[in-house]
Design a protein around this ligand. Structure first.
Ligand code: GLN
Ligand code: ZN
Length: 802
């Protein structure tokens, strides 16, 4: 049965000296996205999709070999069509009740018994995307990255099963299928990558059907049995190593107390190690330091550990002592940023680690995380300033770096003297580049005082604003963007290509702004917006107008499923050469007597959705952005814009994974927002907007933002968060969303009114606003107009009744 080797026990082949923990799955030209979306639209059948995916995987393995990852187990097999957590969920049949019909049967077509727990490929996509009333699995951020995974929903009855042999016929081409595919092609065996059992449990949530008192850990035995069968299947397919990704171990912000997490780690890996028919197990602790989980892992029989030495520090000799005889992958090349690795510093870290490790531990060089967070190849960025390009390393360049470092470690620094010298030269060039450190910007940041981050007391502001705006109780507004129609996109694209000149573009955008302003007047909204038609993206728009950023041509990374983003690269000190939004806002305001809200993206969100420089602390970058935005706020005020919204939807998502790191993060992130808004006059009303729920986690920080009005996502949870807001003592104005803009569904007036009544009951009407959950750019006008009409009617009704 076992194809790969002569043994009938755990294989013993060592890990290669250089490896990566994972590689972008989307393809250099987003081949996977294109094929998957063509399949969804019915233009590519399942066989065609699977063929396209197989070609992409084959090309990826060949590429990695040609880049030098040649040994057995050097190349990761981490492909999945949509999400790596979903891959485990569907392989184990762990579908919530609403998708129970998608389990098993699909395979009976090819003669299998039908009791396989897994799904068909279309079942896999259905769970990811939902169907009719059956909501998709919830999507949420993967650790502190911009990748989103699908949250498993588990209860007492959820199937958690895996039938050996399934991998060979898995229609979702999971890890076993990928090992077999490489074997069939006569290639070196790759190293399958699977989300590990502890992380799978910690990332899951109890399903709605779970009984009170149900704990996810109640299902540990079933989960382990499924993983055990999967291991046997991988072993039978010939895998020498399997990588279990256990990033959850680097965080202590789970509802399970740390001691219980550690006990779980101990139990799970003691159990795994006792299996005899399995590949060797490499446990990868990416996105931070394993901390006290490292000695616990070492106390089990796992064969290897991968350490993130970029986000986490060097472990102590004491914590490393238990790793005698094991493999250690030292993640010194960042899988998160786009910068060349400081080869000298990385070699020093590797040498120190080698000194601290027990003698017979085997050290390999690797990436800190999967490279799924970075684009493929910087060589393709031919439009980039060559100086800036020479400082960058995308996935392919990082593959080369791990090998240089492995050589330096094995053969000594002399063996890589040329590479070290070249890196030092580029590093010196970068440091000396005039845009990297602008004296004016650095001086301005150094001169900041607390006063720059402090507005007049809220009561004073409230009085000045009441007098200025005469807003009714429960004022109505939107979050900023209006639907981005095909015409808007067409005009923007034509302008970008030079086919529409500046005057024509301005005319088109003015026409759109006028349309949106008239519509809002007709709907009876109280505070209007210009609609953001000119913005391709709320971060990139600003990145293109600020000094210190570059944008790429091919720098796509997966955000979720088939969705990719192309983050800008923040490489230098930030400066604002000219106003960025003033003309559009001013034009909108010229059309109406109602206040038009200016619209900016906050410093933390601009940073979170870009690739940020690695040569200065993030707090400095945040303040530089804060200063640039502060100038914009001043110019908006001078242009007569009295209400200014600074969006910070990302403040929650970059929250550190370790509780102990949160306070300092919140201090500088909140500080940068206060810098951006701190110059605003008392009569200027500052709004902020946050979404992606979990408001409760950051409520204290949001309070410190000191915005006059905060809008949040609240409709899906039916305002459940508001009693906590009241209890917290959050005193300023709040706009809890009453319309879930993530779906085309139109909420009725009654529904909106009921949510508003709930909000009034929790917080009182005096400080409430009525608005949707988020911007409307992804919605169509059809549902937008009707929904906003209902929202305004509901506000009127609730106003009259209170
Ligand atoms: N002002 C932005 C918009 O309306 C806010 C988007 C967001 O929070 N993600 O589109
Ligand atoms: Zn939002």
């Amino acid at each position: 049965m076992r194809a790969g080797g002569p043994t009938d026990t755990v294989p013993t082949a060592p890990l290669p000296d250089a490896t990566i923990l994972g590689y972008p799955r989307i393809g250099p030209d987003r081949e996977l996205k294109r094929a998957v979306e063509a399949h969804w639209r019915g233009r590519l059948d399942e066989a065609g999709l699977r063929r396209a995916a197989a070609e992409l995987r084959t090309a990826t393995r060949a590429r990695l070999r040609s880049l030098g990852l040649t040994g057995a187990s050097a190349v990761p097999a981490d492909f999945t069509y949509y999400d790596q957590v979903l891959q485990v969920t569907t392989a184990f049949g762990a579908l919530p009740e609403r998708f129970a019909d998608l389990r098993g049967g699909a395979l009976s077509a090819d003669g299998s018994s039908g009791d396989y727990p897994g799904t068909s490929l279309d079942g896999y996509f259905t769970v990811a995307r939902g169907r009719g009333e059956d909501a998709a699995l919830e999507m949420t951020k993967w650790l502190d990255s911009n990748y989103h995974y699908l949250v498993p929903e588990i209860d007492e009855r959820t199937v958690l099963d895996y039938v050996p042999g399934f991998g060979a016929v898995d229609p979702a081409d999971g890890p076993v299928a990928q090992v077999l595919e490489a074997a069939r092609a006569g290639e070196q065996v790759p190293r399958p990558v699977v989300v590990g059992p502890v992380t799978y449990l910690l990332l899951a949530k109890p399903s709605d059907a779970a009984a009170d008192g149900f704990a996810l850990t109640d299902r540990l035995a079933d989960l382990l049995a499924a993983y055990g069968h999967l291991l046997a299947d991988l072993w039978a397919a010939g895998a020498e190593w399997v990588q279990f990704d256990e990033p959850a171990l680097v965080s202590d912000a789970w509802s399970l107390p740390r001691e219980e997490v550690l006990r779980l780690v101990h139990d799970v890996y003691t159990w795994v190690a006792a299996i005899t028919e399995r590949p060797q197990v490499l446990v990868a602790g990416s996105y931070g330091s394993l901390g006290d989980a490292l000695p616990v892992l070492a106390s089990t029989g796992v064969d290897g550990v991968a350490l993130d030495l970029v986000a986490g520090g060097l472990p102590s000799a004491e914590d490393l002592a238990g790793l005698a005889g094991r493999s250690v992958v030292a993640g010194v090349v960042s899988g998160r940023n786009v910068w060349r690795t400081d080869l000298d510093a990385a070699l020093t870290a590797l040498e120190s680690l080698r000194e601290r490790l027990p003698e017979d531990a085997r050290l390999s060089v690797g990436t800190s995380t999967s490279l799924q967070h970075v684009p493929h190849d910087v060589e393709r960025e031919t439009d980039l300033d060559p100086a800036i390009r020479s400082w960058l390393a995308f996935a392919d360049q990082k593959v080369a770096e791990v090998q240089v470092l492995a050589r330096g470690l094995a053969e000594g620094r002399d063996a890589v003297a040329e590479e070290l010298a070249e890196d030092a030269r580029l590093r010196a060039e970068r440091a000396a580049h005039p845009g990297v450190a602008r004296a004016g910007v650095r001086d301005a940041v150094a001169a900041l005082t607390g006063a720059d981050r402090t507005r007049a007391p809220y009561e004073e502001r409230r009085a000045a604003q009441t007098e200025r705006f005469h807003l009714p109780l429960l004022p109505t507004t939107t979050i900023g963007s209006f639907p981005q129609t095909a015409e808007i996109r067409r005009d923007r694209a034509a302008h970008r290509r030079g086919e529409l000149d500046d005057a024509g573009y301005e005319q088109a955008m003015h026409a759109e702004i006028e349309r949106v302003v008239r519509l809002q007047e007709e709907l009876g909204l109280d505070v209007l917006v210009h609609g953001e038609a000119e913005r391709n993206d709320m971060v990139q728009y600003f990145a293109e107008l600020l000094d210190g950023f570059v944008t790429t041509q091919h720098g796509w990374v997966q955000s979720y499923g088939s969705r990719c983003t192309r983050p800008s690269i923040l490489w230098g000190d930030v400066a604002r050469p000219a106003p960025m939004t003033v003309a559009w806002s001013q034009y909108a305001q010229s059309l109406t007597d109602k206040p038009v809200k200016g619209m900016l993206t906050g410093p933390v969100t601009i940073m979170a959705w870009s690739f940020v420089r690695d040569d200065v602390p993030r707090s400095l970058v945040a303040d530089e952005l804060g200063l640039a935005l502060r100038e914009e706020v001043a110019d908006l005020e001078s242009a007569g814009i009295g209400i200014i919204q600074v969006d910070e939807p990302a403040i929650r998502e970059t929250l550190p994974l370790r509780l102990a790191d949160r306070e300092s993060y919140l201090t500088w992130s909140v500080g940068s927002f206060r810098l951006a808004t701190g110059g605003a006059a008392p009569a200027t009303q500052v709004h902020t907007h946050l979404c992606y729920s979990e408001f409760d986690v950051v409520i204290d920080a949001v309070d410190h933002l000191d915005a006059d009005v905060t809008s949040i996502e609240a409709s899906r949870s039916r305002m459940d968060i508001l009693p906590a807001v009241a209890e917290h003592g959050f005193e300023r104005q709040l706009g809890p969303g009453v319309w879930d803009i993530h779906s085309p569904r139109v909420p009725s007036t009654d529904e909106c009114a009921e949510l508003l009544e709930r909000a009034v009951a929790a917080l009182g009407i005096e400080r409430l606003w009525a608005n949707p959950d988020c911007g409307l750019k992804t919605r169509a006008y059809e549902e937008t107009v009707e929904s906003l009409r209902h929202l305004v009617d509901a506000a009127h009704r609730v106003r009259a009744e209170n």
